[in-house]
Design a protein around this ligand. Structure first.
Ligand code: VTB
Length: 341
């Protein structure tokens, strides 16, 4: 604890901290949480209703509407898709009043649309932001991923075998391999991967969707998850990397293309080496980024929206890569003030 002998010295110190906030005004963090809260509150109305499109639409509309009043010159770099396939929050769309600083924004207003439609775990509303060029402009293709929390940094290599990776991670975490828990998306394409992980003796948590939460889980002390493996979506890889830059941890990814059309889309988005192994820093550059998420349904990181009769309670996380401060925010919302929810 630093002690300041007088008020003037203390205020000077505070000013220095404020100047350290250089690029992204840290007060924006609160606006970002408001945006993910709005999206979560709207989509939470659709939990279990079997309509993933309506749930997604509600989240997108709420987040889009919210940004109309935020003083930023935002550009969506990861969003709902290209302009012709997404009416709102499309890549390249301008967000905010156009008055404040210029920032790139990556949004996933509802990560886990099918989860929400089925009332399953781990649906989130997510947003990441940073200076222009800070986040990889990822095409909407697949990405092979491996991610760990801070204690296992340096232990993983996307090109190493499953056994090599789990042995190295177990070593860093001082655990037996049998005590290691790997999180994997439950997909047919992962059959061989799942067999290999089981052969090593690790425990596995199979998730139906939601590999942003999956990538962050190893970095959350109480998640019980040690390692993420497998192929998910590339935009989710970039948003996950931005979260891990704040929490500490590491992710590596490589784009996986299904056809030539996907490759040409990647080239158009500026990716030169299609076979590149992206590090955490390649996916999310520098230390001026922010990450915010609000739970839609209960999950490993956050609890979901809870309707209370006259309002709703939300649970959010907001963090900055510069200071690595992680805040959990419980929001109590009253419908009399927010009839739109
Ligand atoms: C994953 C999952 C996402 O996309 O990234 C997945 O975490 C990958 O695509 O929630 P497939 O569903 O085709 O396997 C999402 O489901 C989002 O679309």
């Amino acid at each position: 604890m630093i002690r300041y002998d007088n008020q003037k010295v203390y205020i000077e110190a505070l000013n220095q901290v404020a100047q350290g906030c250089s690029f992204l005004d840290r007060n924006l963090a609160m606006e970002f949480v408001r945006a993910t809260e709005a999206a979560a509150l709207s989509s939470a109305r659709w939990v279990g209703k079997g309509d993933n499109k309506a749930a997604d639409h509600a989240a997108v509309e709420a987040m889009r509407h919210f940004f109309n009043n935020v003083d930023i010159q935002g550009t969506v770099v990861i969003g709902e898709g290209e302009r012709d396939e997404a009416p709102m929050l499309y890549i390249g769309e301008k967000l905010g009043t156009g008055k404040g600083i210029k920032i790139d924004i990556a949004v996933d207003p509802l990560e886990g649309t099918t989860i929400t439609a089925k009332g399953g775990p781990n649906a989130l509303s997510v947003l990441a932001a940073g200076p222009s060029g800070s986040m990889l402009h990822a095409p909407d293709t697949y990405m092979d991923k491996i991610a760990v929390g801070p204690k296992a940094m340096g232990a993983i290599d996307l090109d190493a075998s499953v056994r090599e990776n789990v042995e190295a991670v177990a070593g860093k975490l001082k655990k037996e391999i049998e005590e290691l828990t790997v999180i994997i998306l439950e997909r047919d394409r992962h059959q061989k991967l799942i067999e290999e992980v089981r052969k090593c003796g690790c425990r596995i948590v199979l998730i139906p969707d939601g590999d942003i939460a999956g990538a962050l889980a190893p970095a959350m002390p109480d998640s019980g998850i040690d390692l993420l493996l497998g192929i998910g979506a590339a935009p989710e890889g970039v948003i996950g990397a931005t979260g891990l830059k704040c929490l500490g941890g590491e992710i590596q990814g490589r784009l996986k293309f299904r056809n030539e059309e996907e490759k040409s889309r990647a080239r158009k988005m500026g990716i030169k080496d299609l076979d590149m192994k992206f590090s955490t820093d390649d996916l999310s550059r520098g230390n001026e980024t922010m990450f915010a998420a609000t739970g839609v349904t209960d999950g490993t990181i956050l609890r979901g929206v809870n309707f209370t009769g006259d309002g709703a309670v939300t649970h959010s996380i907001v963090m900055r890569s510069k200071t690595k401060t992680v805040r959990f925010i419980e929001g109590h919302h009253k419908f009399e003030h927010f009839p739109e929810f």
